[in-house]
Design a protein around this ligand. Structure first.
Ligand SMILES: [Fe+2]
Length: 375
């Protein structure tokens, strides 16, 4: 055990930036109740990193929370009063799972150490007494790992943003093919998200895919000739056959993007009906994917409440009555009821879809928070 140099105690354990070089950007948090150990580590890492210190676990957690955007690596002593190093690192891992964690320990029992590695998501443990050069090498590789994974996360965030903006543009371009469907895909996506949020508000992955499916559900209409797509008046039987091919075409376009998983099946099924009389596969009841049942209601509501080349928009109340009437035949009755229950909110969203879209968009929230998982 190192002896305590009393004079060093007055230097205090306040946090300060140890290094002053402008190009030093990586910040390390040291947590140790032994002032001499802190000094030893600081000396070893001097000039290479910004160093923050804490003399016990709770203080360490506070410093971590206050500097969460800066800290890339934590070194903690194992044996500390009040909160042991493993407990501190376990709590730190919940706050900052991506930050690299190193434990300095006097224990050599492999079971204790394995347990610590698993519980705290440890990058490495270093047994005491340690060689400063060994510590420097471990810290360097930890910082490198952190920086690599940060750049990967940033790259994934950019990619996700690019993907999101691309599908939004594609969907807007499709809507622009026909003046009467302007904003249709965006509104269908909005109503779908609103309905899906009442069923599984915390399933971000599902909501994200509902948003993608909503935006891309009619993408297959790209293959439909303009004369059929924008025909004022009723379609002939032959034209209707052509029009009915769009869900399969949507699926073909989407299934090529393997990251979109089931979204292809969902867009293919958005014209299926609960009683099995829809198209293209005449799926029935719960054979129809949940998302497709959601989009079907949103799609029909928007089609009814928008002006089309062959008729003017129906009133919100009339559209809701129609959904009620078709519950159990065209629509999943449970979902139709949920949609009817939230009709006031839907009506409000219809008046200002862009504002509501910002509120409900899961993709935008994931991008803003820098979450890249699931893509
Ligand atoms: Fe469609």
């Amino acid at each position: 055990m190192l002896s305590i140099d009393k004079s060093l105690q007055f230097e205090g354990l306040d946090n300060f930036l140890y290094a002053t070089k402008e190009n030093v950007t990586n910040t390390i948090l040291l947590v140790d109740d032994e002032i001499n150990n802190l000094q030893l580590i600081k000396r070893a890492l001097r000039g290479k990193y910004n160093i923050l210190t804490a003399s016990q676990g709770q203080e360490g957690l506070d410093v971590l929370k206050q500097n969460i955007d800066k800290i890339c690596l934590i070194i903690s002593d194992h044996k500390m009063p009040v909160m042991e190093g493993t407990e501190f690192l376990e709590k730190a891992n919940k706050i900052a799972p991506d930050v690299i964690k190193i434990l300095l320990t006097g224990f050599t029992d492999i079971e204790i150490l394995t347990d610590a590695v698993n519980k705290c998501n440890l990058f490495q443990y270093i047994t005491k007494p340690f060689d400063p050069n060994e510590l420097i090498a471990v810290v360097e590789s930890g910082v490198e790992k952190f920086n690599l994974s940060s750049s990967k996360s940033l790259m994934m965030k950019d990619l996700k943003e690019l993907f999101y903006k691309t599908i939004k543009s594609i969907s807007a371009t499709l809507d622009a093919k026909d003046a009467y469907t302007h904003g249709h895909s965006m509104r269908v996506t909005l109503y779908s998200l609103m309905l899906a949020s009442t069923i599984c508000p915390n399933d971000l992955k599902f909501l994200e895919n509902v948003e993608i499916a909503g935006l891309l559900h009619d993408i297959g209409k790209i293959s439909i000739p303009q004369r059929v797509l924008c025909k004022p008046g009723r379609l002939t039987d032959d034209e209707f056959v052509i029009m009915k091919s769009h869900p399969v075409c949507s699926e073909r376009l989407v299934e090529n993007i393997k990251q979109l998983g089931e979204v292809g099946q969902w867009v293919k099924a958005h014209h299926e009906k609960w009683d099995g009389t829809g198209y293209p596969d005449k799926l029935k009841g719960e054979e129809i994917p949940l998302c497709a049942r959601i989009v079907a209601i949103a799609d029909t509501y928007d089609a009814m409440t928008s002006t089309r080349s062959y008729r003017s928009a129906l009133l919100h109340e009339v559209a809701i009555e129609e959904i009620k009437k078709c519950s159990g035949t065209q629509f999943d009755p449970e979902l139709a009821q949920k949609f009817i229950d939230m009709q006031d909110k839907i009506k409000e969203a219809k008046e200002d879809p862009e504002k509501f879209y910002k509120q409900y968009s899961v993709l935008q929230k994931l991008i803003d928070k820098g979450i890249t998982g699931g893509f």
